[in-house]
Design a protein around this ligand. Structure first.
Ligand code: ADP
Ligand code: MG
Length: 528
């Protein structure tokens, strides 16, 4: 009985009440507004220069590349214009020595080479035609603009963006270290190497994965509804949403399309409430943070995302294992065990190592509703070297893991709910759903994660059960490739518009000068 009681006590530490959800939403809204006003706030609210979302009718062939932590992915995306797409894809591991190369051109040269191989393999026709044209067309560049592939570059390292295809690398993370790339524009670094190989490719857009998710979902969302928010619940968590430009009070430098009145904002919500005004803070959260590589930051992420949930559960389980008054994963004699063998936990069990418990076992625990939890008990043995766990042990694990997962989902509802309220869309008339695109293993695989988010949303004042029915949360499949392609398309349209505006200005200018000549007020210069 003692084990069951202690399990309930620990699970209760992770309860996140409706009242707390509502407090969280108010604070999230406050920090969102703060981030729209100044730099250096906990929610960074980074303007992305993307000023509209697709509606599914977009067409064309685009390239997308994704430099993540370990792999470089190249894909081409054919947008069919009817919310569907065809995607061709290749992936290579980034050679370790290039991650710590002396010069940026070594890594970026490798990336350009992969793009060349991809084009030759999958788009040979297009590639050859380009080379022929290059030899025949006599414009200064050797080619005309429309013969070029537009490329969306998903770059998952911290960058300070200053335009749709401009952003300087702030620092390397995830084991990369190429000092001479820091402070440089990563799009320019890639373009230089592409040009060196004379590839018909223009780096048109720099893409954050949340923005990619938002765009991909908006393209594929049923009924051509414009998506409000793209969110990631994977290793980390973050979201990007469509904001009114008039609400962005801090300066947004550089060029962007002002005609839509909207801009996608990357919240960087992993850092929501780093100051812990409202975030729950159990002794396990405190311990996790203290022993992390970045204490005091990414405090929301440390309670929500896949990288951390397993560690919270692990710390709680270790606490229970140390408690002499309960017997978790050990039995006095095997007669107490329904499997009639002695339960032990190996001294070498990864339960005793930091990060030793992967969040995926939480999904297995949540999914196992068999009477004796046989799948979970097997998994405890396989992953955590817990031998012959009893039914009670498995139930204790399941309850603690569920409490941690549920708190994460309700915290996720705080972020989603606040953004829905900030958009004002619930007050708009009509039956259009409020569409949210999500991606990441946690939201995809943790059973009922989305249902628990919905439950949290229903508890929010200003949303309620009625409002939550209007919110549609859907998975954004192949978000990174399709999203990057769509942002490349937006960038291409912007270029066209800029060229159009330039030609219009030129035309007006010429017309003005001609009329000045006729009016006799012309300056003594020749008409351009
Ligand atoms: P990434 O964030 O690198 O794009 P994923 O979206 O696959 O990758 O997220 C990986 C994270 O999700 C890891 O932290 C992992 O522990 C966690 N994870 C993977 N599978 C599951 C699962 N079934 N249930 C819960 N968490 C999972
Ligand atoms: Mg991902």
């Amino acid at each position: 009985m003692a084990l069951a009681e202690e399990t309930s006590r620990i699970a209760a530490l992770f309860e996140y009440s409706d009242e707390e959800v509502n407090k969280g939403v108010l604070e999230f809204l406050r920090q969102m507004k703060e981030g729209l006003q100044h730099d250096g706030t906990s929610l960074s609210q980074i303007p992305t220069y993307v000023t509209g979302v697709p509606n599914g009718t977009e067409k064309g062939l685009y390239l997308a590349v994704d430099l993540g932590g370990t792999n470089f992915r190249v894909c081409s995306v054919h947008l069919n214009g009817d919310t569907t797409f065809n995607l061709t894809y290749s992936k290579v591991a980034i050679p370790k020595e290039l991650m710590v190369a002396e010069h940026a051109h070594q890594l970026f040269g490798f990336l350009a080479k992969q793009i060349e191989i991809f084009l030759r393999t999958h788009h040979g026709d297009h590639f050859d035609a380009h080379i022929r044209r290059r030899q025949t067309v006599s414009t200064p560049e050797g080619y005309r603009d429309e013969q070029i592939f537009r490329l969306g570059f998903t770059f998952s390292f911290p960058v300070q963006q200053s335009g749709i295809n401009k952003g300087t690398l702030m620092r390397w993370t995830k084991g990369f270290d190429i000092p001479d790339a820091v402070g440089k524009d990563v799009c320019a670094l890639l373009q230089q190497e592409i040009d060196r190989l004379h590839l018909p490719v223009k780096v048109a857009a720099l893409v954050n994965d949340t923005v990619g998710t938002l765009m991909a979902r908006s393209y594929t969302s049923p009924g051509k509804t414009a998506t409000l928010l793209g969110a990631i619940f994977g290793t980390g968590t973050n979201g990007a949403y469509v904001e009114k430009v008039s609400n962005i009070k801090k300066p947004v430098g550089g060029d962007y399309d002002k005609s839509t009145g909207q801009m996608v904002v990357n919240t960087e919500w992993g850092s929501f409430d780093n100051q812990l005004n409202i975030l729950p803070n159990t002794s396990y959260d405190i311990e996790l943070d203290k022993k992390s590589v970045n204490p005091g930051i990414q405090m929301f992420e440390k309670r929500v995302s896949g990288m951390f949930l397993g560690e919270i559960v692990r710390l709680a389980i270790v606490d229970m294992l140390k408690n002499p008054s309960i017997s978790l994963f050990r039995d006095e004699n095997s007669s107490q065990n329904d499997w009639k063998s002695t339960t032990t936990i190996g001294a070498e069990s990864s339960v005793f190592q930091q990060w030793g418990l992967d969040s995926s076992i939480m999904s297995i625990a949540a999914a196992d509703n068999t009477p004796d939890f046989s799948t979970l008990r097997q998994e405890l043995e396989k992953q955590l070297q817990v031998y012959a766990a009893s039914r009670e042990d498995a139930l204790a694990f399941k309850k603690v893991a569920y409490a941690v997962g549920r708190r994460a989902a309700r915290l996720s509802a705080v972020a989603l709910g606040a953004i829905v309220l900030q958009s004002g869309k619930l007050k708009e008339a009509g039956d259009e759903p409020i569409d949210i695109g999500v991606d990441g293993s946690l939201v995809e695989h943790y059973p009922f994660f989305r249902d628990m988010i919905y439950e949290g949303l229903s508890a929010i004042e200003g949303i309620g059960p009625e409002g939550s029915k209007k919110i549609r949360i859907g998975i954004a499949k192949d978000g990174s490739g399709v999203g990057a392609a769509l942002i490349a398309l937006v960038a291409a349209n912007m270029e066209r518009k800029t060229v159009g505006d330039y030609l219009n200005r030129l035309r007006n200018d010429v017309a003005q000068k001609i009329s000045n000549v006729f009016a006799g007020t012309a300056e003594p210069t020749t008409v351009a």
